[in-house]
Design a protein around this ligand. Sequence first.
Ligand SMILES: [Zn+2]
Length: 508
Amino acid sequence: MPSGSEPVVGVARSVALVGLRAVDVTVEVSISAGLPCFSLIGTTGTAGRQAGERVRAALHATGIRLPSRKILASLAPADVPTSGARFDLALAAALLVRLGAVASSALTDAAFLGELALDGTVRAVSGVLPAAAHLAAAGVDRLFVADDNVREASLASGIGVIAVGDLSELLAILDGAAHPRALPARPPPAAADVADLADVRGQAEARRALEIAAAGGHHLLLLGPPGCGKSMLAARLVGVLPSLTEQAALELTAIRSVAGLLAGTAPITLDRTPPLRAPHHATTAAALLGGGGGVARPGEISLATHGVLFMDELFEWPRRLLDALREPLEQGTVRIARAQATVCYPAAFQLVCAANPCPCGGAGTCDCTDAEVWTYRRRLSGPLADRIDLAPRLSALEAGHLVDATPGEPSHTVAARVRTAREVARERWGVVNRLASAEPVRATARPAALRTLGRAVESGALSGRGFDRALRVARTCADLAGDDQVDREHVLEALAHRAALRAARVAR
Ligand SMILES: [Zn+2]
């Protein structure tokens, strides 16, 4: 222990998160004459206010007694949400410096993220990956985290990750008595376990619509009787989408990190598989959109970013949840306002919905009246229906398909066509066809194609808004065929795949 070198304040570095945005936090500790107490300034929430007690107990368990004097700790800047226990480790490190147990130079270019248990054990916290990436960009050399956060932190390149099991280990590493442990080797990327389209027999129309949806990023509604394979098809969409770019994979992993889904010792590699999230219709608004106490956590729509959000039994979903999807579908992001901070998370997902065609399920004979069916399907009307591009008809599985030994076309064959079509679109306007501006898409269509669409609007089969949506789908059909120009045949195919929407007499 360096003697006579106790600084006036101990300072340690940590990171707060506002959504995915990392903010530097400076933890300062001073000890002065006065009534013995442990005061914290700048923390919010119960877990934050109790940090002093946790740190005191953890230090005591490590054999370090705090002096019977006034201990003052502050977290700055004060306007950043600092709820939770993620700053415990930084607080302890700053105290160790102030007490002279560790030289202040030992904390140079180091940052700390972790919660302390009363026995001195360091516990994992959420959001370590975006914090580590931020620190690496800021030139910080070393990040001290709990064992269960090591794999996640290691996904950020350019920063040394140091595991600390408890406060004794932290102390030993900081005063040079012990070397940091060697980190476990990063496992090779595991092959993603995604269901294959070859398992789907029959349903040619739906399979084709799925391919078009994948190639153009179009939103899809699967309308068919129970047991016809709607969920099966939806689960196979991610298997024909291209792998995520490194940037997209990092963003998605950061969202999972903030959602607290990564902590643990299980091997983590950067997952390039597009996500598939399938929340239940009885889910809460907070779980779907993001929310919770303190700083809002990302919800299902953010966890589906760069992938697929599957909403089964669409007509069972409460209207308020469907309406709440309007902004994310339009913006690709979701804003969640909380007392502490308004956060914005990515929510750029492809929507796949499934529903039974009528309230009885619609398989076989049906006694539902037109009015009953209309009331049931009317739940789809409005903003959500306006955004559905493809709605193929699914038939009840014919007996022949169940015994037919011929498997469907495998996912990798379909994925190759999808990849080629997506590359063409990206070279043309930098985004998937669903997100392309209307005018440039119209400019690639032959007059006959535009006339056909115009007649569909005149006949009431298509709304003015539906005109450009259908044209974008036709653009994707042309891309899959390798055609530069959108022709009449592509428009006819796009319109055919909206047939189920028309039949529902909604979303015209
Ligand atoms: Zn019915």
